[in-house]
Each structure stands twice: as C-alpha cells, then as structure tokens.
Design a protein around this ligand. Structure first.
Ligand code: GAP
Length: 454
C-alpha cells in the first residue's frame, strides 16, 4: 500500500473541511453526484461573492477606463463559429479499450516509453481524436441544425460581440476595457483536483481595447495589476508565479501570453491567463457579421479595429486558492488549558465569509443575551455577523476560527458593569490569528471593525 503524500493529505483535509463547514458540496450529491460540478454552501457562497465584489470594485468602480457588462450564457452558434470555438475548441481524447475510460492525451502515464491508461494501467489505447468541449443545446421547439446554440465556453465573446454597442453608449476613448463576471461551461474530459477543473465555472474577464502600438506595454501593465490584486486578497507574491507561454504553445493570434500560476497543494497550476490577443476577435466578428467593429479616432481621423489585452481569471480557482492559502493548523489551549490542534482559515478579512462572531458568555443569562443581540443589530448593517450562544466559549471561538472569522466579540459580566461600572458597555474583541483579546467600548465596535476590514 502506498502512503499518501503530505500534499494529498492536505488536500483531503481541505475538501473535508469544505464539506463539513458548508463551503463546497458535490453537485446532486444525494443522487450520487455529477462529476465536475459543484454547489457552494452558505459560507462558500459568501466567500465567492466577496471575491467577485472586490474584483468588480477594483476593476470597474475604482477605474475610469473600465465599464461592466453582463451577457447571456446561451450563445448564437455564429458567434462561436467566428471565434473559432466550433472548429477548434477541443482537446485530444484517448479511450482505454480495457477499462473504457476516456482521457485527455496529456494525462496518459508513460512507463519505459510505453503510454498507459492512468486508471487501469492498460496499454490498449485508441489513437487521439479531437473532442469539442462545448455543451450544445437547442433554442426553441425545433431540435434540428437550425436551433443549435452553445453554453458559452468563456465570457469573452459576448464582450467582443457587444463592443460597438458599449462603445456607443459609454463614449469611451481608447484605451478602455469592458469587464464581465459570469458562468462558463466546458465539457472537460477529466475534471479533477476538486473545483480546479470543473465543467461549470465562473470567469472574471477584462477585454482591454487599445491601439496596436500599446498592446505589448499593456500586457505588462495588466500582468502587474493582476499580481497586485492577488496580493490584496491574501495570496502572497511568493506563492504566485508568472509563466511566459512559449511561442509554440500560444494561440496563433496572440503576440504574448502570461499564465499567472499558484502553488496549490496538488502542484503549480494556472489561476489566470493574461493575453495580448491582437485584433483577432473583433476582426473575426466584423468579417462574419458584416458589421463594422471599427473605432473612429476623432483626433487623427483614423478608423481601425482595436487590439485587445485580456486578463482572464477563474472565480472558482481563485476561491480554491484562497481556501488552500488560508488553511492552517496550530496549537492552542482548550478550556482546561491542554494544548490541542486548532484548524484556522486565515482569510484576509476582506474575503472572510463572516467578519465577526458575537457571543454572550452564558446563554441562560437574559441580560448577556440581550446585549449580545443588540451588538448583532449594531454591526449587521456594516458586515456579516454570526451570533452563537451554544457551548463553551472556547469551542465557539474554535468554530469561528475554522471558518476564518477574523473577529470575535464576547459579552461578559464586565459588559453589564457588575465588577466595575467604568467597564459597563465594553466587550472583549478577539483576533483570530493572534488570539489576543482587547477591551473596547460597544459604541466604537463598528468603526474599529470597519477600519480593520478595509
Ligand atoms: N477568454 C480566455 C479564456 O477563457 P482560459 O485560459 O481558457 O482563457 C481563463 O480560461 C481562466 O478560466 C483560467 O485561467 C481558469 O482560471 C478559468 N478556467 C478555465 N477552465 C476552467 C475549468 N475547467 N474549471 C475552472 N476554471 C477554469
């Protein structure tokens, strides 16, 4: 029997925590699950929302040169024909004739120069054939060739297709970007590594339109911007790596592509691609639709198809990176002072699903409970709050540590002014990471916490 590597053990702990605490569940689990599809539970949904909201805030709200859109998931086949997806969005697939499993060609194992099935070790394999990753459906009552539509495999295409409309309504001047967050679907041959490679996922994409001569410079600019973004959500630069995609692996129309990679427990893998796609996409849609997608420069009186730089990030992969990065175990004393292993998700406070736990010291003391509930009402307009009165206080701290809640407020007898009138209406504020506690006035809590969450 082979023992598991520390990294696969870590991944198992992360997957189990995600289920136990309601971050991520297998889709359709009670029916045996559907491979490559995931549902986010209460905490996972908050985490994902925090990530998307922050991306939208820094990408759209805090910039003058980027505007947002929200396109449809079903896409006219002509769009995906023009973009090249109908012809070419495929992976080479191989079948194992022994166990009947299907694999992406790059996932076969090679022993002594002989390719083998990674499932059963069988050597009786078919030749690779192209498998299109798009999900096809029909729009309307007819189910013939004329009604075919696809679930979009990337959000980018609706940005290109709406370029002219958005240019007209926003009256932006080059360079400017259009941003979108939304679902994308790929019928991946081998979904794997938890949510890393899924069949339904979300992307956060920017198409940043520019003049041809600005393309290479903007590629560098966006690579740096995106690295800074990951640092701001708690993924340190030391765990991020920039891969310059070699000429022979880049899309033929791209003049430069970087992959931003992260050190996941299962290896270094892509989080985001930043690509200079030239004027390929707009030119393709202009040709196929017969509609001009040119930009008119008022100053120079030139008319031309803009080029584009595209930072394309995965929401689900970033959520997974946030969880992997946050997961830690340390030693902390239990109720009786005995050291025990504490699981802590050290999320950046900005990303944490719950910002503050509120605990009355005892649940059977109506004054403590009433005060704690007052604090919940005071904080709720500003942040997500979780009220917990059950179990020993140490256990309640542990439960919040395990889901990454950065702050805990405890209402005790000093809050009621029983020991010292000067301490009336003060509470202890506990920090998740240092476990240090300080005494603060209830009325100061919103400002203190808002400051620390910023
Ligand atoms: N518009 C460009 C584009 O879609 P991509 O490299 O195919 O480029 C961009 O995808 C990002 O989308 C990836 O870096 C990754 O974060 C995410 N992504 C792609 N396929 C995925 C999958 N099967 N599961 C989860 N995320 C995926």
């Amino acid at each position: 029997m082979t023992s598991k590597s520390p990294d696969s053990q870590l991944m198992e702990k992360i997957v189990s925590l995600c289920k136990r605490r309601g971050f991520i569940f297998q889709s359709s689990e009670i029916y045996g699950g559907l491979n490559g599809l995931w549902d986010y539970g209460p905490l996972g949904a908050e985490l994902k929302r925090n990530l998307k909201n922050y991306w939208w805030q820094v990408t759209v709200h805090e910039r003058d040169d980027v505007i947002g859109m929200d396109g449809s998931i079903l896409t006219h086949p002509a769009v995906l024909k023009a973009s090249g997806h109908v012809e070419g969005f495929s992976d080479p697939m191989i079948d194992c004739r022994t166990c009947k499993a299907h694999f992406r060609a790059d996932q076969l194992v090679e022993k002594k120069g002989i390719k083998q099935c990674p499932n059963c070790g069988g050597k009786d394999l078919t030749a690779p054939r192209q498998f299109n990753l798009m999900f096809e459906t029909h729009v309307g009552a007819a189910t013939d060739e004329s009604s075919i539509a696809y679930l979009r495999p990337e959000t980018a295409q609706s940005i290109f297709v709406q370029f002219k409309n958005i240019l007209e309504v926003s009256r932006k001047k080059l360079p400017f970007g259009i941003a979108q967050i939304g679902k994308a679907f790929r019928n991946e041959i081998n979904p794997r590594n938890f949510t890393f490679r899924s069949r339904e996922f979300e992307q956060m994409e920017i198409e940043y339109f520019c003049r041809a001569e600005q393309g290479m410079e903007l590629l560098e600019y966006w690579k740096e911007e995106r690295l800074r973004f990951y640092e701001k959500i708690g993924i340190p630069r030391t765990k991020l790596h920039v891969l310059t995609v070699p000429d022979n692996e880049r899309a033929f129309y791209s003049k430069g592509t970087y992959d931003i990679e992260y050190d996941f427990p299962f290896g270094r893998q892509e989080l985001e691609g930043v690509a200079y796609r030239t004027d390929y996409d707009l030119s393709q849609h202009q040709k196929a639709s017969g509609k001009s997608l040119e930009y008119f420069d008022e100053e120079t009186k030139q008319r031309f198809v803009p080029h584009v730089v595209e930072p394309s990030a995965g929401v689900d992969r970033t959520v997974l990176a946030l969880i992997c990065e946050a997961y830690s175990e340390d030693q902390a004393p239990d109720e009786k002072g005995k050291m025990e292993t504490r699981i802590v998700l050290r999320f950046h406070p900005r990303m944490a699903p719950i910002k503050c736990g509120v605990f009355p010291l005892l649940k059977n003391n109506s004054q403590l409970v009433a005060k704690a509930k007052e604090i919940v009402s005071l904080l709720r307009p500003h942040m997500t709050v979780f009220y917990d009165e059950s179990g020993a206080i140490g256990r309640r701290y542990r439960r919040q540590d395990e889901v990454g809640t950065p702050f805990g407020v405890t209402v005790d007898f000093e809050t009621l002014g029983e020991k010292d009138a000067a301490r009336r209406d003060t509470v202890t504020l506990r920090d998740r990471d240092s476990m240090k506690q300080e005494r603060v006035a209830i009325q100061d809590l919103p400002a203190i916490l808002r400051d620390r969450l910023a």
